[in-house]
Design a protein. Sequence first.
Length: 305
Amino acid sequence: LEIIMEKLEIDKRFIEAGKIAATVREHFKKKNLIGMTVTQLCNEVEGMTRKLGAEPGFPCGVSINSVTAHYSGELFDDQTINDDAVIKLDLGAHIDGYIADTATTICYDPDYQELTLATEAALNNAIKAVKDKISSSDIGRIISDTAEKFGFIPISNLSGHSIERFKVHAGVSIPNVWTPLGSSLRKGNVYAIEPFLTVKDGSGQVVDGKTKTIYMLTRRKKTGDKKIDELIKKIWDTRNTLPFSPRWFLDDYKKEELDRMLDKLVAKKIIRVYPDLLEANNQTVAQFEHTVTPTENGVVILTKI
């Protein structure tokens, strides 16, 4: 693998981050999560990532049932995982800004077992087609064709993405449906492919929710408030422009104080907030994701054990 990556001129830190992210994903896939809180699970996932030698690429996502993405452990609320949950566990690892992004669905409700299997099949079928110069539109077509074959529908306004150093979403979009204008995936670049499927009664789209658990520093700018400027520096020093969770700063600040400062920074557009994303018809969604790099004749999956 390292020889292939060397030929592709991919930084070996992508390989290391991929191994760690895959190891963490597989560990929690096998663990019984029922009765845990979302915050507890996020803390454990992020803690294991750190223990294995990486930092979280972004706050661990634990999005349940119709909550589709961007739900992480909260400052003020703690949801418990029940025995009928369909959990999208979305996690990332980074080493010096080189990020691997992966997700799996852990399905405790037998009614959604087929949806889970279909989503994983959509990812596998898409990856089989990846090679240098494939169009992202073709990947979208494969995902939506697989969904249709199983009797499900893809989420059309969520997509995979290219990954660059310190950029989880780096510009190239990999849709879950066919689109007329695609981008060519190129060897030497790194991409996350992530199908999201829902049931026939779903709208096939997500909308913003009201819960805000994931933030990102968009620029460094002095505010004139000493305490807030200190927080900006802490975020920059630990995260650069990678997404972060307020939970990671609770050793330094009280919850209410942190919440207040973040609200001010969002209002000043120094920090961007990512609300949770909900299936528009309130239907359950499944997700699977791998980070890959195309080769001349195929693909290397960086987040595979």
